[in-house]
Ligand binder design. Structure first.
Ligand SMILES: Cc1cc2nc3c(=O)[nH]c(=O)nc-3n(C[C@H](O)[C@H](O)[C@H](O)COP(=O)(O)OP(=O)(O)OC[C@H]3O[C@@H](n4cnc5c(N)ncnc54)[C@H](O)[C@@H]3O)c2cc1C
Ligand code: FES
Length: 271
């Protein structure tokens, strides 16, 4: 193991600097960590929640020596984290994984749920050089939409919001406005992060309209550094070869993308 990886992979205890409630199920946690504060959009960290578990989380942003993650309360570890407050101790490893490759020209970002967090981080970088920056953000219902206010000033046009129940924005899935946009105009790159079934549909549409894409994928993760094999998709380890994959790589794993993944017992389970 190289010295650099050893340092990145060392668990560092730190304190929560702030907690912000984004919606009833989602909070943003900011901690001090000089290494993760150097992360680029697309990378993730492993957050250790004392006495419970260690979980992978996408980096939502960095500022000075601080790093933020936006976390949905879905199970034991995230529920315990949601009960924690400023000053509480957590552990951090990372940053891990590859990054989105920023594209200039016309770019379109498609986010679902907490997948909006890493794409907000990316949008901040893209905003400097993109000729057109369009954003489609979707959720099941109005109060699950996140970061709309922060996205607005970064985009060259009003972000398109979709909800499945029609309580805000368009009543549809994110893929509906996506198809309308990419059928009408040639984008240089589509970026996606969200539920994998959404990513699969984004992949199908970008293939149909011959637009390159980059998607951040999730798999069950244990080590985060390419050793345990729990995060495999096709021949790739999502933690090390990803989590960001290009159209070319997504084509290679299309038998699994949005269909199945390995469970913690090594058996294949539906996505
Ligand atoms: C690269 C990556 C980035 C992620 N970024 C975010 C993020 O920014 N915000 C966010 O809210 N969530 C993110 N997740 C998902 C997050 O890791 C899980 O929601 C969390 O681990 C659930 O833990 P739990 O104990 O609360 O829930 P559990 O009850 O243990 O599990 C609930 C569900 O979460 C998933 N999960 C559980 N453990 C893991 C694990 N070790 N690795 C991956 N998935 C797991 C499984 O699908 C499981 O069915 C990311 C996952 C990956 C792989
Ligand atoms: S999480 Fe262990 S190889 Fe990816």
């Amino acid at each position: 193991m190289s010295d650099k990886l050893t340092a990145t992979n060392t668990l560092r205890a730190t304190r929560i600097k702030s907690v912000k409630t984004e919606n009833p199920t989602t909070k943003t946690f900011t901690v001090k960590d000089t290494q993760c504060a150097k992360a680029k959009p697309g990378q993730f960290l492993m957050l250790w929640i004392p006495r419970v578990d260690e979980i992978p989380l996408s980096i939502m942003g960095t500022e000075g020596n601080r790093v933020s993650v936006t976390v949905k309360n879905v199970g034991e570890a995230t529920q315990t984290l949601h009960r924690m407050a400023q000053g509480d101790t957590v552990g951090v490893r990372g940053p891990f994984g590859n990054t989105f490759t920023p594209s200039s020209g016309k770019v379109l970002l498609v986010a679902g749920g907490t997948g909006t967090a890493p794409l907000l981080f990316l949008a901040k970088k893209l905003a400097v050089k993109a000729k057109r920056l369009a954003f489609i953000v979707g959720a099941k219902t109005r109060n699950e939409l996140i970061f709309l206010n922060q996205l607005e000033p970064l985009c060259t046009e009003q972000p398109t919001a979709t909800t499945e129940d029609g309580t805000y924005g368009l009543k549809c899935l994110t893929t509906h406005p996506l198809e309308q946009l990419i059928a009408k105009e040639k984008f240089d790159m589509v970026y996606a992060c969200g539920p994998e079934r959404m990513t699969r549909q984004v992949f199908n549409l970008t293939e149909k309209h011959h637009v390159p894409m980059q998607a951040s994928l999730e798999r069950l993760m244990r080590c985060g550094i390419g050793i345990c094999g729990s995060c495999m998709i096709g021949k790739y380890r999502v933690c090390k070869d990803g989590p960001v994959f290009t159209s070319q790589q997504l084509r290679e794993v299309k038998d699994e993308l949005g269909i199945s993944k390995l469970g913690f017992d090594g058996n294949r389970i539906p996505v």
